[in-house]
Design a binder for this molecule. Structure first.
Ligand SMILES: Cc1cc2nc3c(=O)[nH]c(=O)nc-3n(C[C@H](O)[C@H](O)[C@H](O)COP(=O)(O)O)c2cc1C
Length: 512
């Protein structure tokens, strides 16, 4: 298939903030191809299990995005691993590195509207900037869009190349949809990535977990006894996809955030059969309703834990209409034990949202949510400790902040400890935490996919205070002094190394 022509260059920003907007998934794939970061697979590959096996091998090799052009029985190509590397995520979000995206998010987070009239008068420049940024980010309402080039009222999901990823999966599953729901009280739209397991020609399992905004919206519609309108977008442009999986702070629209990331507003068009607005330039949109009375068993499904999620009843999305481009690309992803595309995305999310956490908790120096801990099981934070009990204050603050509530093992270290150096962190935990005193054991909400808590969604969490202790911490003994090099002796050693070529080579120094 022909992808859209390679888009504007990195410098052709289309935004006062210098970001690059990829207006369609096709544009992004074309850009990747022109950079040698997309591979077309022309050999036939089955959507049942085989796309998984090829994708997993390429993800493990830190390879390119994949476009499966020959999927037997499918009339459209399937793209996977599209956001499976930090470089592709950065490019998708209009930057050259994830750190650059993080810097932009930090600047946005710092644009706080001033308090009241006095604040506005004092900071008129800041106000204007905040207003102009916000205005430029709001979605643009349009009347028509490529996502509605074709409209299918006779719904047959079998016409889509929906993937079966793992052998024991309960069915084929739409793995990377941006699922749009609406709060019936405020009318506010929300977008989240929730998988949708196929039950037949026109039904899908609506797998929004208990703590998600999509599940909260569903509960509100169900309390009214009304069906909830839903639009599931398969193949939005990459900033909207990223915005759907990112923990965007409550009160900020995903589409405004996507507009910020891509450097220009996301155009939204009214859906054809439900009262929702959908990204006009998307590839495929599944429109439908979730009835408050209907549930069906969802799963098992090979999840990002590396285990199958147990079969459980979930609400059902009845698809009433499919709209799509004439020649769409189907966007999929494969979850499983890391390394996977979503693990790479998880690390990028941690980097990009770190400034927001720092703004809320100014004592926070750094944060590491290791891939091995699946981003929610294990967290390590370094802090500028200022008073007795400070590490515990930080633990509780983090457990109270959005999806940070899911972190089950939370280690707090001093500001000078590199949270990314796990051997250093273990050294500090082993030496500096007293298990009889420095553990904060609590109960609370845990992730729905967490497997070791006896009750679903509720379980234990532990904080480990591995900071240095002083009298204020109830530590009456003097804290021992750490061994530090003698600066003069260290300088003398460097002179010796510089004078001895074999030693210099051994220690990786430039040859004398
Ligand atoms: C590939 C992928 C698949 C996901 N699948 C699900 C899912 O099936 N159900 C779910 O609740 N969250 C899923 N998530 C996580 C949500 O998208 C994520 O928590 C997001 O921030 C939405 O949260 P919110 O609805 O509370 O805003 C998935 C994330 C990724 C990257």
């Amino acid at each position: 298939m022909n992808l859209a022509p390679p888009p504007r260059s990195l410098n052709e920003a289309g935004s006062p903030r210098g970001a690059v907007a990829f207006r369609t998934l096709g544009e992004f794939l074309a850009q990747l191809e022109s950079r040698g970061d997309l591979l077309r697979i022309r050999a036939p590959v089955s959507r049942d299990l085989e796309i998984t096996e090829v994708t997993q091998r390429v993800v493990r090799a830190d390879g390119p995005a994949l476009l499966f052009e020959n999927v037997p029985g499918a009339s459209m190509p399937v793209a996977t691993n599209v956001l499976g590397s930090a470089r592709r995520i950065a490019l998708a979000l209009g930057s050259s590195t994830v750190e650059e995206v993080s810097d932009r998010v930090e600047k946005l987070a710092r644009l706080r509207p001033p308090a009241g009239v006095v604040g506005a008068l004092r900071d008129i420049g800041g106000t204007l900037e905040a207003l102009s940024v916000l205005r430029s980010l709001a979605p643009k309402r349009v009347r028509s869009g490529a996502c509605q080039e074709v409209e299918e009222a006779d719904v047959d999901l079998d016409r889509l190349p929906i993937l079966k990823c793992w052998p024991q999966d309960g069915g084929r599953t739409v793995t990377f949809p941006v699922v749009i729901t609406k709060d019936p009280e405020t009318g506010e739209q929300h977008a989240g990535i929730y998988r949708l397991q196929q039950y037949g020609r026109d039904r899908l399992g609506f797998h929004a977990q208990t703590h998600r905004v999509g599940a909260s919206n569903y509960r509100k519609w169900a309390a009214r006894g009304e069906p909830m309108p839903v639009a599931a977008v398969i193949g939005a442009e990459p900033a909207t996809v990223f915005s759907g999986l990112a923990p965007v702070p409550e009160g900020i629209s995903n589409f405004v955030f996507a507009g910020f990331l891509r450097g220009e507003p996301v155009p939204l068009v009214p859906a054809r059969s439900v009262d929702l607005e959908v990204p006009a330039e998307a590839e495929i949109v599944l429109e439908g309703v979730v009835d408050p009375m209907e549930r069906a068993v969802e799963g098992p499904f090979g999840d990002h834990t590396g285990y199958y999620s147990a079969p459980e009843p979930f609400p059902v999305l009845r698809v009433t209409r499919i709209t799509r481009r004439e020649k769409p690309v189907y966007l999929g992803t494969v979850t499983g034990k890391p390394p996977t595309e979503d693990a790479v995305l998880g690390k990028a999310v941690e980097r990009i949202f770190r400034p927001v956490l720092r703004l809320l908790l100014p004592e926070l120096v750094d944060l590491n949510l290791p891939t091995e801990g699946l981003f929610i099981n294990v967290g390590i934070v370094s802090i500028r400790k200022a008073y007795p009990g400070h590490p515990r204050k930080v633990m509780h603050a983090l457990w109270g902040l959005g999806q940070m509530m899911f972190v089950r093992y939370l280690v707090v270290v001093d500001a000078d400890v590199d949270v990314g150096d796990l051997s250093e962190v273990l050294y500090r935990v082993g030496l500096q935490a007293d298990p009889a005193r420095d553990l904060e054991l609590v109960h609370g909400p845990v992730d729905q996919l967490s497997i070791s808590n006896p009750l679903p969604n509720f379980g234990g969490k532990i904080g480990i205070d591995a900071t240095r202790k002083g009298p204020g911490d109830g530590f009456p003994r003097p804290w021992p002094e750490e061994i530090r090099a003698d600066p003069q002796a260290a300088a003398a050693a460097e002179r010796v190394i510089a004078a001895e070529p074999v030693l210099a080579q051994l220690l990786g120094r430039p040859a004398p």
